[in-house]
Every structure is written in structure tokens, then in C-alpha cells.
Design a protein around this ligand. Sequence first.
Ligand SMILES: C[S@@+](CC[C@H](N)C(=O)[O-])C[C@H]1O[C@@H](n2cnc3c(N)ncnc32)[C@H](O)[C@@H]1O
Length: 249
Amino acid sequence: MTNESAHNQTAGARESIPSRDDAPAMFDRIAHRYDLLNRVLSGGRDVLWRNRLVRHLPPGDDLRVLDVATGTADVLLSLISQSSRVNCGSGVDLAERMLDIGRHKIDERGLGDRLKLKHGDAQALPFADESFDVSTIAFGIRNVPQVDKGLAEMYRVLRQGGRALILEFSLPGNALVRRAYLLYFRHLLPRLGAVVSGDGFAYSYLNKTVETFPYGEQFCELMRDAGFINVRQDILTLGIATIYVGEKP
Ligand SMILES: C[S@@+](CC[C@H](N)C(=O)[O-])C[C@H]1O[C@@H](n2cnc3c(N)ncnc32)[C@H](O)[C@@H]1O
């Protein structure tokens, strides 16, 4: 089955898609449990997926990274701890409580002089044109109300030859695997998420937004529309997540 038909198969979820404008407030509510929930609900895979981003960094040293929708800063911490080529990083998010936890983690690791977080909207990034070598977003682009604006901003802040790395949930290509995964994703994950986070809404939001968001070639096309070239996919864990890479010409 193609990505297109897999996408259509989940059209039922589209009818009740929650508003993305409410996402930052929802993440503020669950911020205190966010990292724990990621580890539990993904069986620790989320850490491996973020760690994999390092493979897609552009060539060169002293890289400056912007992590959009940075949440609790796990992408920045992963990149800076894994690659000596990363010099410094900034993170932006609209959820202050998520940022507070991120700042605490950065300070704990003594990285406060190299990693800075600030309040900011993915659709109007508070940075000058061409000020970064890499722009990243992990599990965030799906939450941005106007995806095209978010991609355009990730493009704008990159220098020529810079790269955007986008990690996002996708759906397995194999029909049997997808069926099994959707059983977990639609039924077990929202219940587990509700128990651990104490927020019944947040983890039904997750499966509805994932099932209605473009992935695979459809998402690559959105990146090309934003101006990126050499767009490619690194498909992770049977297609449960994908890293999309695009370059600024
Ligand atoms: C699923 S979390 C991902 C956090 C982090 N990137 C990670 O890998 O764990 C999604 C984040 O997107 C943020 N977000 C949603 N809409 C946003 C927007 N328009 N601008 C900036 N951040 C946004 C939320 O506040 C939340 O922290």
C-alpha cells in the first residue's frame, strides 16, 4: 500500500482533529511528565531517533543549530553531546514550562553558555536570515498550525548550504505492521498516556494528529515547495518515525 492510500485509510481520525493552536498550552500542562512519557510510550526509541539526527548534520565545524519547537531541549542536548562539530545551539518554543525544564537540563550539564532557549513561534522565528547552519524540529512540525510557514521559517534562517532536519512520526509501510501499530497507537497509548500524564486529551491528540499529517513522499513535497533541495528520508523503526533532510541551495 502506498503512503497516499495509507493516509486515506485513516481519514476517520481527520474528522475529530484537535486544533493545533492549543498545542503549546497542552504541552505546558503535561511538561512535568513529558520526558518520562516519551521514554515509556516509545519504549526508549525516541532517544535513539533523536540521536540519529547527528548522522545528517552538514559538513563543517563550529556548527550553529536552531531547534524549533524545542520543548525540553532533548534535540539540542543530543546533538551537542554526540558531535564535537556542534558549537552552539538555540531553541524556541511557545510552551514556557517545557522551556523551563529544558533550561534546567542544560544548566545541570553545564552547557548554559552554549545552549540558549527562548520563547518563540515556529511560524515567525525570532532570528535573522541565514544565521544557522542547521535547523531542526523533532515531533514539532505536526503541531505547527501553518506547516508551510514553519518550513519557510526553517529555510529562511539557514545559511546557503545549511540543512533542515525534521524528525516526525510516520506510519509503517507494511500493512500488517501498520495494523498492529495502529491498535497500540489508537487504543493502548492514549490510555497509558492519560494515566501517566493525568491529561486525557493530550495523548488522544497525539494519534489523531499523526494519522492526519502528511508523511513520506507527501512531506518531502512540502519541503521542496519551501525551497529545499536534495530532500531525502531516513525511515526509522519500520516507518514509525522518519527523519527528513533538506538543503538550502
Ligand atoms: C511533541 S513536543 C516536541 C518537543 C521536542 N522537540 C522533543 O523532541 O521532545 C512539541 C512541541 O512543539 C511546541 N509547539 C507547538 N506549536 C508551536 C509553535 N507554533 N511554535 C513553537 N513551538 C510550538 C510545543 O509547545 C511542544 O513543546
